[in-house]
Design a protein around this ligand. Sequence first.
Ligand code: GTP
Ligand code: MG
Length: 220
Amino acid sequence: MKIRQVEFSGTVMNPRAPFPDTLPQVAFAGRSNVGKSSLINVLLGRTRKKLAHVSATPGKTQGLNFYRVNDTFFLVDLPGFGFARAPRPVRDAWKKLVEGYLARPDGPRAVVHLVDSRHDPSPDDLQMLDFLARAGLPSVIVLTKLDKLSKEKGKRQVAELTRTMRLDPDQVIPFSSKTGEGRELLLDAVAALIGDVAVDRDVAGDPGIHGGQEVEREGT
Ligand code: GTP
Ligand code: MG
């Protein structure tokens, strides 16, 4: 899939609130600081003018952020979970918002779940995997920050995490926002998840990083 157009469509703060539109949705989930905003910026081709807010302080993303992509689907950025230092009411509010959203029949068609490639999955990661399995939501697991590991160690971690989380290797995408590794694979996986048959692929060798364009449209 090639990114032609991206528009921020708004933030949903309530799990029962109406969505901006009826387009299919793919939700992006992961614990706080896993690199979700960075991944979304790279995925959507934003290297200079950022779409999603990247910060060194965990817990920045609060609501459900909707990005309309190619007028074909919504990429939904979920607030990060398992921020250990967050007070209980904050964590409870998160659970209500995110789990309420994921369970909606008109909610996401699939979930891209980000896990840090350097660490064992957290209890929240395991809970999320379990939730997705029980909800019958198709998922892709992205292992983030791969550039922080040596090639050897990275390979071992990918195999190890695939085994401990009992994943199908086809479900797992090693990724780095720093190098762009995994971008094309993930875009194709997302296209498959939304059932987009009319996906046009990037030309071989084109890193595709500059594909995203911000276009303001009128009357649509
Ligand atoms: P919250 O919104 O706070 O939950 O965090 P997030 O998951 O959106 O993470 P974010 O993208 O803001 O990144 C957190 C930190 O990790 C930042 O300092 C990023 O620069 C860094 N980071 C993210 N992705 C990568 C990566 O692929 N490689 C490296 N080396 N650093 C990364
Ligand atoms: Mg974020």
